[in-house]
Ligand binder design. Structure first.
Ligand SMILES: C[S@@+](CC[C@H](N)C(=O)[O-])C[C@H]1O[C@@H](n2cnc3c(N)ncnc32)[C@H](O)[C@@H]1O
Length: 390
């Protein structure tokens, strides 16, 4: 593809991303992959270039742009070489006409910027949510025997964490294919460390999804004890089993939950767990580095729904913890409604519990918990709190 054709391709892709943001359709990553599937003529360089252009435009527009072209014109405003590619030649975008609509720049929709500011997130901190994420890995201590790490890694503050540049292709390396390393953001690794899971314990990962955190907990437990991984999404949970096999995690028991009736499947663990991790469904404001178009999709109503779910799941989790045990609450959000506010609410509803903010090598105190952010910590954004059942 010519450079100009790549720009038009990015515009076409952006139109799909914008439409999906309005109709709750597929995420940008999937749309881009689907767009290229029938276009065999496009090589890997084309794909990379189109993807980068599309993401540059997505990152640059705080509000949902009117069209892919308007979003790309926003990028072209500050990039003369890009603007010159709007030349109307074959497969290229039409020339720019004077007064043509250009999408507004910005970090996030106005209402979200207000909610972030009210949550103590400065504009610079909000802007860093749109940085490009590095590639973090966790060495899987269950499998790391004679591990040779692929070159280019730097240590992170996580106990078994290393960092590579974003473009590193780790998936083809023997370290990855043998399960000796897992791709996991440093912030995510730290939230697992906050659980302080120990060998021999009964630990429940209530919202385990496909097991990103479950595998780290299994390693911390040295494959001794019981690790229950539950979730209400059958498809996600089904991906956990092969991942656990690859990682050599043998203590994981998966439990599919019926939303609203979680205790039906988990009743046998009531009041028995040493630790319960609630990695709750949330708005994902802390993961915009990976899917920046998510900020175009979120509504105040959805945010309120997530907050309601989080409070309910915290209450479910409280019923699973034994006296003396601990509950760890995590969201990948910087909004207080899904962080400090939830922690306050929990302590008010459960007077017998004590807050004990986790001692982590990163993060800033926020209310009764800790907040990790790309700006301060170079991680995805997270809120993590720990409550002890006294
Ligand atoms: C933030 S994601 C979990 C990510 C996962 N822990 C990881 O590290 O990869 C939140 C999860 O909560 C799950 N969920 C939603 N409602 C639930 C419920 N009522 N009970 C348990 N899990 C639920 C979602 O299916 C989703 O997988």
């Amino acid at each position: 593809m010519t450079p100009a054709a790549r720009v038009q391709a990015a515009i076409d892709v952006l139109d799909l991303v914008i439409e999906a943001a309005r109709t709750n359709g597929a995420p940008a990553d999937r749309l881009i992959a689907d767009w290229f599937r029938p276009r065999r003529f496009a090589g890997s360089g084309d794909r990379r270039a189109v993807r980068e252009l599309a993401y540059r435009a997505i990152r640059g527009c705080g509000e949902v742009p009117a069209s892919g072209r308007a979003a790309m014109l926003r990028v072209a405003q500050d990039d003369a070489a890009l603007a010159a590619l709007f030349d109307g030649s074959r497969h290229a975008p039409e020339p720019i006409t004077p007064g043509e609509p250009v999408a507004a720049g910005g970090i996030a929709p106005k209402w979200l910027m207000e909610r972030l500011a009210a949550s103590g997130v400065s504009e610079a901190e909000a802007a860093a949510l749109l940085d490009r994420a590095p590639l973090d890995i966790r060495v899987n201590t269950l499998k790391a025997g004679s591990l040779t790490l692929p070159e280019g890694a730097e240590r992170t503050v996580a106990a078994n964490g290393w960092r590579y540049p974003p473009e590193t292709r780790i998936e083809q390396t023997p370290a990855y294919t043998t399960g000796a390393i897992e791709v996991q953001d440093t912030g995510s690794q730290l939230t697992c460390e906050a659980v302080a899971a120990r060998p021999g314990e009964l630990v429940i990962d209530l919202c385990a999804g496909a097991g990103g955190k479950t595998l780290a907990l299994a390693a911390a437990m040295e494959n001794r004890g019981t690790l229950v991984a539950s979730d209400a999404d059958r498809a996600r949970l089904s991906r956990l089993t092969p991942r656990a096999e690859r990682a050599g995690a043998t203590i994981v028991e998966t439990v599919l939950l019926d939303p609203g009736r979680e205790m039906q499947a988990l009743g046998r663990f009531a009041g028995k767990a040493d630790a319960v991790l609630v990695d709750a469904p949330c708005s994902g404001t802390g993961t915009w580095r990976r899917n920046p178009e998510a900020r175009w999709r979120l509504t105040e109503k959805q945010l309120a729904r997530y907050a309601g779910m989080q409070a309910r799941l915290l209450d479910v989790a409280a019923g699973l913890v034994r006296p003396g045990g601990r509950l760890i609450f995590v969201t990948c959000s910087l909004l207080d409604a899904e962080g400090a506010g939830q922690a306050e609410g929990f302590l008010q509803r459960h007077p017998g519990w004590q807050s004990r903010p986790p001692a982590l090598p990163a993060g800033q105190v926020r209310g009764q918990g800790l907040r990790l952010s790309p700006f301060h910590d170079g991680t995805d954004g997270f809120f993590v709190a720990r409550f002890d059942c006294v």
